[in-house]
Design a protein around this ligand. Structure first.
Ligand code: PLP
Length: 382
């Protein structure tokens, strides 16, 4: 696709040329496992079997590669399937990874409960502290630096460019989980990262109707190895799921702008409420890494966390009292969600280094009429 096209044009057209047979403007759902071959060795366009290649998935994969500025995109059955495939491509027994000390709970569980058993260990570090990251690298053993920014649910920010430079000095591959920002707000490959991971379940899909994951890289050597493992391990996106994610992506830019607009107004409301003791949002000038966020993000996203006076019971009470903000896990859909991370999304890290405060409430601010969201949150806070 033409390099000079803007993000929105790529989101709508990359990988999505009208169907050559019918002219259908939307790539069809090729709900098929195998393809008729024109004689032995005569697979049309290499289409031999849908674990290896499927046209609907290819459309999504090409679009993802364009949006992140990579050479190849790969679509998976979930964000965790993408992460697992990536880490088993990059790591072997005896290797070591450095991960955020507030990584997404599922990512932490993958490292701590699955990869550990296969002889891969990890060190959780506060990625805002470059000296601590440098000290955690074990020359020759450390193969992966896992970055997540902004983090879930603490909304911490890591400096992708600075960390990538540092990691590359040690020959360490840099992975960025870009789920919270989406490629509309942040493009890690341009900042020096080697691979981007997405839970496409969230903003890319955007409608809370599909679970999916993706990898994008700008390194051709790695692209080949990742494709080999995608096919060898088989945790691919199904055609209908790929189609749903691609349908979501076409409106990503307008949705993200509205998510950001609404989140900014919610933050203003929270800031004026006496019982809100802390607001975690990278758009606030008081956020410890606001300057880094401002440099590497277009805007600051739709995720807002806050702490309330009155501790855990009050936080749970707020979660139970909203009407429009739906109590639920996940994020990034058009509808607003509220949750209590300590008891819900992050229950699996209770008692570990990654435990989250019990008075924390997390919002995924949707794109409803903002006055309705403000009124709902006001009444829930009392
Ligand atoms: C949800 C999420 C994941 C996991 O993705 P699934 O699609 O649920 O497997 C990974 N990272 C982040 C930041 C997430 O929010």
């Amino acid at each position: 696709m033409s390099e000079h096209y803007g993000f929105e044009t790529k989101a709508i057209h990359a990988g999505q040329t009208p169907d050559p047979t019918t002219g259908a403007v939307v790539p069809p759902i090729y709900q098929v496992s195998t393809y008729k071959q024109d004689g032995v060795g005569g697979a049309r366009g290499g289409h031999d079997y849908s674990r290896s290649i499927n046209p609907t998935r290819t459309a999504l994969e090409e679009c993802l590669a364009e949006l992140e500025g990579g050479v190849r995109g790969l679509a998976f059955a979930s964000g965790m399937a993408a992460s697992d495939t990536l880490l088993r491509t990059l790591l072997a027994p005896g290797d070591h990874a450095v991960i955020p000390n507030d990584a997404y709970g599922g990512t932490f569980r993958l490292y701590a409960r699955v990869l550990e058993r296969w002889g891969v260990d990890h060190t959780p570090v506060a990625l805002g502290d470059l000296d601590a990251v440098r000290a955690a690298f074990q020359p020759g053993r450390t193969k992966v630096l896992w970055i997540e920014t902004p983090t879930n649910p603490m909304l911490n920010i890591a400096d992708i460019a600075a960390l990538s430079t540092l990691a590359h000095e040690f020959g360490v591959t840099v992975v960025v989980d870009n789920t919270f920002a989406s490629p509309y707000l942040q493009q890690p490959l341009a900042l020096g990262a080697d691979v981007v991971v997405h839970s496409t379940t969230k903003y890319l899909g955007g409608h809370s109707d599909v679970v999916g994951g993706a990898l994008v890289t700008n390194r051709t050597d790695l692209a080949e190895r990742l494709y080999f493992h995608q096919n060898a391990m088989g945790a691919v996106s199904g055609p209908f799921d790929a189609w749903l994610v691609l349908r979501g992506i076409r409106t990503l830019s307008v949705r993200m702008e509205r998510h950001c607009d609404n989140a900014e107004q919610i933050v203003r409301l929270l800031a004026s409420h006496a019982d809100v003791t802390d607001i975690l949002y990278p758009g606030l000038s008081t956020h410890p890494h606001h300057d880094v966020a401002a440099r590497q993000m277009k805007r600051f996203g739709g995720m807002v966390s806050f702490r309330v006076a009155g501790g855990e019971s009050r936080a749970i009470d707020v979660c139970n009292r909203t009407h429009l903000f739906t109590l639920g896990e996940s994020l990034g859909g058009v509808e607003s969600l509220i949750e209590h991370p300590a008891a819900m999304t992050h229950a699996s890290v209770a008692g570990s280094l990654l435990e989250v405060p019990s008075d924390l409430v997390r919002l995924s601010v949707g794109i409803e009429t903002v006055d309705d969201l403000l009124a709902d949150l006001s009444q829930a806070l009392g």
